[in-house]
Design a protein around this ligand. Sequence first.
Ligand code: HEC
Ligand code: HEC
Ligand code: HEC
Ligand code: HEC
Ligand code: HEC
Ligand code: HEC
Length: 424
Amino acid sequence: MRNISLILKQFSRSVLLVAGLAVCGFNANAQTDAAKGEALFKAKCTACHKIDTRMTGPALGPQLTQETDDAYLTKWIQNNQALIAAKNPKALKIYNEFNQAGMTVFAELSDADVGNIITYVRTEWKTMQEERAKAPAGGAAAAEQGPSSLVVWGLIGVIVIALIVILVLNKVIGTLERLLLNRQGVSLIEEETAEEAETKAARAAVFKKLIKNKKLVFFVVLCLTIAFGSWNWVTMWNTNVHQGYQPEQPIKYSHELHAGAMKIECQYCHVAAFKGKNASIPSLNICMNCHKSVKTESPEIHKIYDALGYDPNTAKYDSTKAKPIQWVRVHNLPDLAYFNHSQHVKVGGIKCQTCHGQIQEMKEVYQYSPLTMKWCIQCHKRTQVNSKGNAYYDSILAAHEKFKKGEKVTAALLGGIECAKCHY
Ligand code: HEC
Ligand code: HEC
Ligand code: HEC
Ligand code: HEC
Ligand code: HEC
Ligand code: HEC
């Protein structure tokens, strides 16, 4: 008996082992497929598709979950034009639904490639939905992160009012008690006044003594001067410093959504930051690259349409009806200071976030840095300049060598014939 049970145990163990290995192998296979699919999807499809939202093309997560005919999908992705030309009803339907926008033909993708992309999109969409199902709880927790300032001020108000009420009631009760005693013919007034007079005199004496104490008076005056002086100092330094400034913008455009969640690169909209002095605010045409078809029903997006004189029903622009959006400027140096974005972003290699904070987490932009002269200077003192591969520094080093050898150094060698030195 014992032997049999031992054999059975060993047998079941080896079965488990084989099953386990099989599962692992299968998993590894699925993973590499999805990983290959992800790479292909990111390289070829993200220009027009997202998994969870509609862009130029449909949101692929729901699309590929609804449409289960993989043979059709493979044909579509490899050559949608052929399907449309052959008047495939499914293909025609989606083609017309998207105003015949037309998708790129991907003849170079093999059946396996397409299969990998589809696997990736479906699994990714599934995890996204699972995460979303969990999200509300997390969101609520985040919202409850500490009381709002309104609540705090409300509490302080209630406490102050309560204190005042207590004081007033105390006074009233005292007076009433005295009146009651008076009525009953018990007069305490004379004794009290006598006592009070005594204490008053004593207090006056102490006060006089204190005033005569010159050291103490000096100390008090000094304290007051320091307090007032430092308050003044801080206020003066902070005049015209707008750190934290967060104006309300005419459209509820959110960096948290576009630059954060959707990971659109800063330069997609602020391309000028790498090219010149100003980073500049993007024109609404950039928004239309997506919003012609994204969230077309939103009143906020209709503000974009109105500003451009665009009619979403006819998809036509009427420039006579256009009235530009007045974005409220957040950052603003006075004219007497020259600040150049490309010098810092491109030459200096400084990240936008170093100066502007975590913009990709801001629903509404606010001024993160003080933008004072002290702020500019402190960074210039602390930041090491990267001179490698920079022709400007190469020429300075060359000039330096010449100076050392006592050779002739011209202004031209120091960049004196570069156009931007004299023109801007
Ligand atoms: C240039 C933009 C563009 C690119 C790139 C693009 N698509 Fe599309 N896709 C579209 C548009 C637009 C549609 C809607 C149909 C139409 O107008 O042709 C669409 C539709 C689809 C459909 C829906 C077909 C149906 O009948 O349900 C699938 C699936 C699809 N695309 C997959 C992909 C995949 C996978 C890639 C990457 C290999 C890709 N697309 C790349 C623009 C694009
Ligand atoms: C889809 C376009 C878009 C993208 C991407 C984008 N921005 Fe913006 N940005 C805008 C618009 C529109 C405004 C003006 C409205 C506002 O202030 O919110 C703006 C305003 C700003 C401002 C304030 C400008 C002022 O008035 O002083 C800063 C700073 C800024 N963006 C930095 C960034 C950074 C950093 C990134 C990348 C992490 C980024 N933006 C990505 C469109 C974009
Ligand atoms: C690359 C595509 C893309 C670009 C460019 C883009 N957006 Fe968006 N935007 C989206 C998507 C996608 C959503 C919707 C997300 C969702 O489903 O809630 C959105 C949402 C919005 C919303 C919220 C609408 C609502 O009612 O929820 C506003 C407002 C908005 N965008 C304004 C802008 C402005 C202004 C610009 C130009 C500076 C811009 N967007 C550029 C893709 C884009
Ligand atoms: C070294 C600090 C610094 C860095 C890095 C920086 N900025 Fe700025 N940014 C500023 C200052 C200072 C201003 C105000 C300029 C003015 O008023 O002339 C500004 C203004 C802006 C504005 C308002 C419009 C304008 O051009 O004045 C935008 C938009 C902006 N920055 C975006 C960006 C983006 C995007 C990046 C990254 C690619 C970036 N900034 C990197 C300091 C910086
Ligand atoms: C986060 C650090 C940082 C901040 C903040 C900063 N700078 Fe700079 N700045 C640099 C670096 C690094 C360089 C050198 C870039 C290079 O290699 O040319 C530079 C270079 C410059 C230059 C060119 C100097 C030259 O020799 O040609 C000017 C002008 C300048 N900054 C102005 C400003 C002003 C004005 C401010 C404040 C509004 C400011 N910077 C804020 C880091 C900073
Ligand atoms: C050392 C300083 C300096 C440098 C470097 C310089 N310029 Fe000039 N440039 C001037 C001055 C000063 C004038 C005005 C002369 C006049 O009006 O007679 C001028 C005039 C001009 C004009 C004529 C403008 C007009 O309205 O007539 C042009 C165009 C021009 N420069 C282009 C350039 C270009 C391109 C470069 C770079 C290759 C350059 N400059 C480099 C100083 C300079």
